[in-house]
Design a protein around this ligand. Structure first.
Ligand code: AMP
Length: 218
């Protein structure tokens, strides 16, 4: 099953990806995670990407598409994958189509997580992430047992530099301008399924499991 998760930042794409990847044994490919990893390890790619990420702007298409095309060549993607946060522009979507069609496959389903701005802003500005294991928390909705400390590994929790309110608002604007056109792009291909990203994690997961079985993908 080859999936694309589409929707604004804060829609819950990352959270659902983790659960879906586990249930269906698919690799979770998040361009945001890959870029943050390169920033953390001080790679040239990370240095280049950081200045865009900190402002909530998109990293140039050719950089991001190159990362994904290389990642999709790995053997663990043979049975499918979950693309989270990619593509984010029409150019990325077209280049992805070309690359995978050239390799004889195509995207099976695009899940569009329709989410209100108010919910997205509340989720993102309250989000805290473990520096060691990457586990996500929320100051109100999913607080850790001990403030600032990860329940799973004891690591330090931090706020992503792009999760402050001003940058979050810019990320939502960038989404409206550059990513929203992908809804039509995939609807025209007949592979778009709209779900509500405003739902809670467990409720949405149940909806998605049904979408896959109805579409005979599992
Ligand atoms: P995310 O974790 O998906 O919210 O991504 C964090 C940041 O990484 C974004 O605000 C962009 O700066 C960058 N990024 C992630 N995915 C892409 C993409 N497909 N195209 C361009 N920039 C991206």
């Amino acid at each position: 099953m080859r999936l694309v998760l589409l929707g604004p930042p804060g829609a819950g794409k990352g959270t659902q990806s983790v659960v879906l990847a586990k249930k269906y044994a698919l690799p979770h490919i998040s361009t945001g995670d890959i870029l943050r990893e390169s920033v953390k390890s001080g790679q040239p790619l990370g240095l280049q990407a950081k200045k865009f990420m900190d402002k909530g702007e998109l990293v140039p298409d050719e950089v991001v598409t190159g990362i994904v095309v290389e990642r999709l060549k790995k053997s663990d993607t043979m049975k499918g994958y979950i693309l989270d946060g990619f593509p984010r522009t029409l150019k990325q979507a077209e280049d992805l189509d070309r690359a995978i069609k050239g390799a004889g496959s195509g995207i099976d389903l695009v899940l569009y997580f329709a989410t209100s701005s108010a919910v997205a802003i509340e989720r993102l500005t309250g989000r805290r992430v473990c520096r060691s294991c990457g586990q996500n928390y929320h100051v109100k909705n999913i607080p850790p047992k001990k403030e600032g400390i990860c329940d799973k590994c004891g690591g330090e929790l931090y706020q992503r530099p792009d999760d402050n309110e001003a940058t979050v608002r810019n990320r939502l604007k960038v989404y409206e301008d550059q990513t929203k056109p992908l809804i039509d792009y995939y609807a025209r291909q007949g592979i778009l399924k709209r779900v509500s990203g405003d739902m809670g994690v467990d409720e949405l997961f149940k909806v998605l499991s049904k979408v896959f079985s109805d579409a005979k993908l599992v």
